[in-house]
Design a protein around this ligand. Sequence first.
Ligand SMILES: *Cc1c(COP(=O)(O)O)cnc(C)c1O
Length: 472
Amino acid sequence: MNKNMLYRSIPKVDVLLEDPEIQGLIETYSRDTVVESIHLEMDALRKYIGTCEDEEKAKEQIGNLNMNVRRTVTAMHTPNMRSVINGTGTILHTNLGRAPISQKHMNRIAQIATGYSNLEYNLEAGRRGERYSHFEKLLCKITGAEAAMAVNNNAAAVMLILSSLAKGGEVVVSRGELVEIGGKFRVPDVMEQSGATLVEVGTTNKTHYDDYESAITEETKALLKVHTSNYRIVGFTDTVGIDELIPIAKEHDIPVIEDLGSGVLIDLSKYGITYEPTVQDSIRKGADVVCFSGDKLLGGPQAGIIIGKKKYIDMMKKNQLTRALRIDKFTATALELVLQEYLSEENAIQNIPVLKMITKSYDETVAEAKTFKRMLQRAKLPAAYEVVDCESQIGGGSLPLERIPSAAVAIHPEKISVPELEERMRHLPVPIIPRTVNDTILLDVRTLDKDAMTLAVKQLKEMDILEETSLL
Ligand SMILES: *Cc1c(COP(=O)(O)O)cnc(C)c1O
């Protein structure tokens, strides 16, 4: 086989650039990326010819050059971060971006972020303003706190609180609350980073009033309570509630800090969810500083919300660390919009996607699963479908034991295996992430809206992924 001849038959770059198809790519994308793709593909082609022993295959690859250039340049311009369809039924799926923001709120955020805004400009006074001003009053009204602010996430909030109130001193925490939350957020480590010294009291399963009382020294700067979020100790247990800690703290003139993690603002027990103490409960009981995530049960953007006594919030606003942890205009806009929904519980449940999904009744999920099944059947694909009962989870470390009765559509492929289908679903233009239980693919409708169902059916059909040979 004459390799020199094969090398010579590769078109020259300037010739290729005159090709109408390549010209089309330049118009759609850019000359720079097309030229880069041509060089990448030509290098790959030369390498291939160098090792290839089959002349026909080598010629075929030379013939594929245009197509490969198109593929490479398209990939360069396609964002890697994209939408997925969440069929897992886990509402606050940390790997899938936690809380979705509503379209209505997103439109408003787009409007603010694409131009200039009064992010840090006081329009009344005509001078510099504060970025927290847009939602501080709302947070106070909703929670009953004196003052509020927000940083990038709740891990940052804990760090900032400890650094502002307890740097160089001691903070007392129960051993039962020295938890690790997902993503390596470990209470003892965060405390070390903040410059506060951890004083552990009690045991893993039991901590008493006296344990706190006897741990307080001259060096004690605060008492900290941490919501154990993603785990529960059951059985022979005892913890000291925030209401019992307040008198001890008052007596020693130190603040009580509570990291609530999820931070629920409405009583979800009305909707069949286990009662979880609300943010308002903590403030009412007298916690001095409370922090929680913006994108867990609140259903908003990623943020760490800090509320409490004004004197402490003011100390945090003045801390240099705040500058490094500050929220941007997207977050500030989103927080105000989401918090405004909480002015009415009905609006919150209707307009905040996370709450809408959590409060969807079992009967609604059954009706939706039946509709989804009919939509799939109409597509006439080689598969059988079944509406089955399942259990959704809240996720994100919130209410870890909670199982919400829900309905799903099970897909039984006829021509391919379940693992094959699962893999193909992941490679769709808008990937579908199902729940696989006992070797069955389930799409839990709790985390699917009408658009997601329509898009799922459309893709399964157009990409032929249930056939032995698919278009993927
Ligand atoms: C989730 C959680 C955090 C971390 O919050 P992020 O917003 O994810 O940074 C901290 N503390 C508790 C108790 C949590 O549940």
